[in-house]
Design a protein around this ligand. Structure first.
Ligand code: C5P
Length: 305
């Protein structure tokens, strides 16, 4: 049941009667992509981990459903039927057979279009929040079915913990983060749309055959070894669309003398380390080397007990 899921554990009832939940970002510690399926989607394998970096959603009960946006809202349509948060609320109400109600507030911190899953996380966490606030008691299976229809990464955030994701991303097996892991995110000002990256992958922009990934072995590696092992099959396609991203990756790796990877379909890049002070140091060095070409953010990768 969802009560035992970390996503539900992030849900809080404030003294003023508002419900709040954090919607964390994720990165992909490796991404393997297989040929397209008859439905056009791609089966994939990826180790997704949530980060200590999040949007915040709150809910106050009231008669009609409304959505208020604050923070980094550029590019997010404010109408509830046009963005993922509102669509998640409407789908949930429809599934439960109730009229949608109350005021949702989304405080946006995570950048859009970066492969960090911010929109998907917002949608998933709204499902978890409203399931409780509206006293629906839908089980995880029901919430995951709604999540899947909203986007490939949404089920991961309903589940809310480090997992090996297969299928379109919705078939999840818990894969624990065993070692302390910190990432430095390298955020270019420009995002990349997911669909076109997969399309260019289909046109043959991919690495020549690489051996299958032994994900369980990866989970036991320390940050340094893992950082050397990571492969993202979408990099050649993303770099074909955005050659500047490959240059940024190469310059970032040269500045710190360690590998730098793309998360998801880009455009965010990251590198791993095993300690907070080293992450801060790498972030400062990358900031100096890259200047206005990217914003660098050191973050901790969430570990479950
Ligand atoms: O499901 P989501 O909205 O994240 O997917 C965006 C686009 O990315 C899809 O329309 C599809 O072109 C591509 N995609 C894919 N295979 C996946 C996930 C996404 O082809 N497993």
């Amino acid at each position: 049941m969802l009560e035992t899921h970390p996503a539900a554990a992030r849900l809080k009832l404030e003294p003023d009667g508002r419900w709040t939940i954090h919607a964390p970002a994720k990165i992909n510690l490796g991404l393997r992509v297989f040929p397209p399926r008859p439905d056009g989607f791609h089966d994939l394998e990826t180790w997704m981990v949530p980060l200590y970096w999040h949007d915040t959603i709150s809910y106050q009960d009231g008669p009609d459903l409304s959505l208020t946006l604050s923070g980094r809202t550029e590019g997010i349509p404010p109408e509830p039927d046009k963005n993922l948060v509102g669509r998640a609320a409407l789908r949930l109400a429809e599934r439960a057979g109730i009229a949608p109600r109350g005021t949702l507030t989304l405080h946006k911190v995570l950048p859009p279009g970066g492969g960090l899953g911010g929109g998907s996380s917002d949608a998933a966490n709204v499902l978890v929040l409203l399931n409780r606030a509206w006293e629906l008691e839908l089980d995880a299976h029901d919430l995951l079915a709604i999540a899947e229809a909203l986007g490939s990464d949404v089920p991961f955030f309903v589940h809310g913990r480090s997992a090996l994701c297969r299928g379109r991303g919705e078939v999840m097996t818990p894969l624990r983060v065993c070692r302390p892991l910190f990432a430095v995110l390298i955020l270019p000002p420009e995002g990349l749309a997911t669909g076109p990256v997969f399309k260019v992958f289909d046109e043959g922009r991919r690495h020549p055959d690489r051996p299958p990934t032994d994900w369980c072995a990866w989970a036991g590696l320390d940050a340094r070894a893992l950082n050397h092992a990571i492969v993202n099959d979408l990099e050649p396609a993303a770099f074909h669309i955005a050659p500047w991203l490959e240059t940024l990756r190469d310059d970032a790796a040269a500045a710190i003398g360690q590998p730098v990877h793309m998360t998801g379909s880009g455009s965010t890049l990251f590198t791993l380390t095993g300690s907070a002070p080293h992450a801060a140091d790498l972030s400062a060095r990358l900031g100096t080397a890259l200047g206005s070409r990217a914003t660098c953010v050191p973050v901790r990768i969430l570990r479950q007990r």
